[in-house]
Ligand binder design. Structure first.
Ligand code: SF4
Length: 190
């Protein structure tokens, strides 16, 4: 979802069937692809994981192959952690897509394992933070992935706001929300 491949507005988690998540912990993820040494998906060198399945349908999306929830291929969390460990230069992982919050539960588990190795976790989403935060009290998987995310890059990709001058984002409406900013937004929302 970086660059022009960013999400669209107004779509809800409700009613959309996640492709993998079952219970609190799923042992594997359905992925569209993996980039092992990305320099465009956040600070430092990152293992970027492109999740499969996206409900947003952003006009101008550059990754339409990530949309079908039954596409891609399965990868175990053990495999992904092993790939992370292979490169000591990595700063962390980036969850992109597709829509990562469709597989929030296994991603939250993976994020915990990356944190345990000293890495940081960035999550892209087509949803806006406030919407996810509103769902979190009723959806443990969403809450867990939000909690496991050091930097959330939120909001839809809007072609009219496309910009090549903003770090890590495709359009200027998208926000870089670290933990402090998210806490501030929640306190402002009261
Ligand atoms: S959220 Fe989905 S439709 Fe939107 S840019 Fe990302 S992959 Fe494309």
């Amino acid at each position: 979802m970086p660059e022009a491949a960013r999400p669209a507005p107004g779509l809800r988690l409700a009613g959309f069937r996640a492709p993998v998540t079952r219970g609190d912990v799923a042992p594997r993820l359905r992925l569209a692809g993996i980039v092992e040494d990305s320099i465009v998906d956040g600070p430092g060198l990152r293992l970027t994981i492109f999740t499969q399945g996206c409900p947003h349908g952003c006009p101008g999306c550059h990754n339409p192959e990530t949309h079908p929830v039954n596409g891609g291929s399965f990868h175990s969390l053990d495999e992904l952690v092993a790939r992370y460990r292979e490169n000591p230069l990595l700063s962390g992982v980036t969850f992109s897509g597709g829509e990562p919050f469709l597989q929030a539960s296994p991603l939250a588990v993976l994020a915990g394992r990356i944190h345990a190795l000293g890495g940081t976790v960035i999550t892209y989403t087509g949803y806006i933070f406030e919407e996810l935060a509103g769902r979190a009290p009723m959806d443990a998987a969403v809450a867990a992935l939000l909690d496991a995310t050091d930097l959330l890059i939120d909001g839809p990709y809007i072609e009219a706001l496309r910009s090549l001058d903003i770090a890590w984002r495709g359009s200027s409406n998208q926000r870089l929300l670290d933990r402090e900013l998210r806490a501030r937004l929640l306190s402002l929302a009261g």
